[in-house]
Ligand binder design. Structure first.
Ligand SMILES: CC[C@@H](C(=O)O)C(=O)SCCNC(=O)CCNC(=O)[C@H](O)C(C)(C)COP(=O)(O)OP(=O)(O)OC[C@H]1O[C@@H](n2cnc3c(N)ncnc32)[C@H](O)[C@@H]1OP(=O)(O)O
Ligand SMILES: [Co+2]
Length: 134
């Protein structure tokens, strides 16, 4: 069911410093800051030849990544995002298999303008999974 790896997300305490490190030290192609108020994060995408890195920083009072950064103050890998062809069919199949779909279970529009959903990390070997409709 899952397809390409769309991105690996890294929560960071200082977005500008992390973006500068990827640009200057690692020599990567780094995009602009993008506020995503519906998701409670500001993101910067880094384009690699085979996938993307999403740098994440909390936005607003109720960011879903605030707790993660409190536990990991230096930052850390936060989630991985797989593409699926049909996000509603994927959601229903995963629910039938017993997985917890986060939030109200209805897809939100993600950073690429496409529907996304999240799956509880405790149901997937300690890894928060994002699904993005391809
Ligand atoms: C920009 C839009 C979009 C895109 O298009 O790319 C994005 O990527 S938005 C990214 C941010 N959005 C989200 O993460 C939404 C989904 N996340 C959540 O709903 C919550 O973060 C969470 C996963 C339910 C965690 O909630 P939280 O309140 O922070 O923590 P808990 O204490 O309830 O955690 C329970 C348990 O799970 C462990 N945990 C938490 N986060 C992660 C993680 N990222 N990876 C692995 N494990 C995680 C946490 O440590 C707790 O474990 P125990 O301590 O063993 O109980
Ligand atoms: Co993401």
């Amino acid at each position: 069911m899952i397809g390409r790896l769309n991105h690996v997300a890294i929560a960071v305490p200082d977005l500008d410093a992390a973006a500068a490190q990827y640009r200057s030290t690692l020599g990567a192609t780094v995009g602009e800051r993008q506020d995503e108020p519906a998701h409670g994060v500001t993101v910067v995408f880094i384009t690699l030849p085979n996938t993307k890195i999403e740098l994440l920083h909390p936005l607003g009072a109720n960011s879903p990544i605030a707790g993660f950064l409190e536990k990991n103050p230096s930052g850390g890998i936060h989630h991985i995002c797989y593409e699926v062809d049909d996000i509603l069919a994927a959601r229903d199949r995963l629910r039938d298999a017993g997985a917890r779909v986060l939030g109200d279970g209805e897809p939100k529009i993600g950073a690429h303008g496409k529907p996304v959903l999240f799956l509880h990390p405790k149901d997937f070997t300690g890894t928060l999974i994002e699904l993005e409709q391809a």
